[in-house]
Design a protein. Structure first.
Length: 203
């Protein structure tokens, strides 16, 4: 998927292989990705305006958590963010997920609830560092969110979209009927459509 996006958008892709749970936790993972971003800006002298954060699933949630952290610390922010099927709330407490669970062939609410606690490693599961939906999304770069309706994360994506509307946050949600978790990575026609849109946002 990244290779396709890179070619379609004629863009360089930098993918931090961040440390994963259960060996590592949220603090270690976000610190590593932030360090790579600051290296690009301060050492490679890449303008923040030429950087776009892209993340899917847990990486999509991390993108929104990182942006909030960076804004709070007054770091220069990237031009925009593109998140695909983002994990927005590791507490998995949205009751709307139960209605979608039956059609989601990939994700399971109870498994994710356990994994979210492991990743948080003592951090409150509703802290914006692990669950960006509980944070302040104002004064962030434009956010573009891609999600399928057969993804249990669709419940929180809708909730985030409502919060963004109420708080006048620049968020655009692209909803794809009957699509599963991170569907743009699949070899299907709907993925091609989504990737074309993503590439157009990067160009």
């Amino acid at each position: 998927m990244m290779n396709k996006i890179s070619k379609m958008a004629d863009a360089r892709v930098v993918m931090p292989i961040y440390p994963k749970a259960p060996i590592h936790n949220v603090n270690e993972a976000t610190a590593m990705v932030l360090a790579r971003y600051l290296y690009l800006v301060n050492e490679e002298l890449v303008s923040p305006e030429d950087i776009i954060f892209v993340g899917d699933s847990a990486g999509g949630g991390m993108v929104l958590s990182l942006l909030q952290m960076m804004r709070n610390r007054k770091y220069p922010l990237p031009e925009k963010a593109i998140v695909i099927s983002p994990w927005l709330d590791v507490s998995m407490s949205n009751p709307e997920m139960d209605k979608i669970q039956g059609v989601d062939p990939i994700l399971h609410k109870d498994d994710l609830k356990f994994e979210g606690k492991v990743y948080a490693d003592g951090v409150n599961v509703k802290d914006p560092l692990v669950s960006p939906i509980y944070g302040d999304l104002t004064k962030l770069p434009p956010i573009h969110l891609f999600i399928g309706t057969h993804d249990i994360f669709y419940a929180d994506a809708k909730k985030l979209n409502e919060i963004a509307f109420e708080d006048n946050v620049d968020l655009t949600m692209y909803t794809y009927p009957s699509m599963d978790h991170v569907f743009p990575a699949y070899p299907i026609p709907e993925a091609k459509v989504a990737l074309k849109k993503i590439a157009s946002l990067i160009k």
